[in-house]
Design a protein around this ligand. Structure first.
Ligand code: SF4
Ligand code: SF4
Length: 256
């Protein structure tokens, strides 16, 4: 009992003094010091989804999710950024690197809660799908179509003109070959057949574009037949000349 007597006076005097502490959280909390870095504030309306804040955050305390926008156009997305204050070190780099100033560190230091969600800061914005821009306007398409049709018509006319020139030439070549063949009836017959084929082939060419092959298979076959006929006629003429020369020598010998 004697030991507590010195403290009894102090205890009694403290009963009538004001408390030396402040009530918390009751009442107005004191302001944070200037430049204090507290709870993050995220303004999704300023965010452009560049992702720079996620790159510079060392503890990787932010996540970005996206899902199709309900009731939106195909391709529209709802993007959500979530900052986890339980991982944040309040370094402020995300705020410093955000060019749009969408992130700020407030002076809110009273981060208490009872669930994990109490320590999350989230914000969402809509990213619209880029409009599908047609490569050409309707006017450009119409102009291109008209140009293609004009080119097609011009090409057909040129092809027809070229065919009209080529057909007589081909037929004439076949006929000249037949003339050279002379008395070779079989060859002449072949040549005539070739000559008959040539105009038909020329008729085929008339319907083709200017960049079509120079000769059709029928024309090639006609030219080949004419060449064979020419060779056969030359061989026959040579044989007849040699036979005539041999007969002349025999008559001369008998006369002697
Ligand atoms: S908050 Fe800022 S840095 Fe992060 S994605 Fe948005 S605009 Fe980019
Ligand atoms: S303040 Fe630092 S740790 Fe916190 S979210 Fe921003 S970059 Fe990450």
């Amino acid at each position: 009992m004697a030991n507590i007597v010195p403290y009894l006076g102090t205890a009694l005097s403290n009963l009538f003094r004001k408390p030396s502490t402040e009530s918390f959280p009751a009442g107005e909390p004191p302001k944070a010091q200037p430049n204090y870095r507290g709870r993050i504030s995220y303004d999704a309306s300023k965010c452009v989804n560049c992702g720079m804040c996620m790159r510079v955050c060392a503890p990787q305390c932010m996540t970005r999710t996206q899902k199709p926008l309900e009731g939106g156009e195909p391709g529209d997305l709802e993007i959500t950024f979530t900052f986890d204050m339980t991982s944040c070190t309040f370094c402020g780099l995300c705020s410093d690197f955000c060019a749009r100033k969408a992130i700020t560190l407030t002076d809110d230091y009273m981060m208490t809660g009872t669930t994990a969600e109490d320590f999350l800061v989230t914000g969402s914005f809509v990213k619209k799908a880029p409009p599908v821009k047609p490569k050409f306007t309707p006017e450009q398409l119409a102009a291109m179509k008209a140009a293609a049709e004009a080119k097609k018509a011009g090409g057909a006319a040129a092809a027809g003109q070229a065919a009209g020139t080529a057909a007589p030439q081909t037929a004439g070549a076949a006929q000249a070959s037949a003339d050279t063949a002379g008395t070779a009836n079989a060859a002449a017959a072949e040549t005539t057949a070739a000559g008959a084929t040539a105009p038909a082939a020329a008729g085929t060419v008339s319907g083709k574009a200017p960049n079509a092959p120079k000769f059709t298979p029928e024309q090639i076959e006609a030219m080949r037949a004419a060449t064979l006929a020419k060779r056969a006629a030359a061989a026959k003429a040579k044989a007849e000349a040699e036979a005539a020369a041999g007969a002349g020598e025999n008559a001369e010998t008998e006369t002697k």
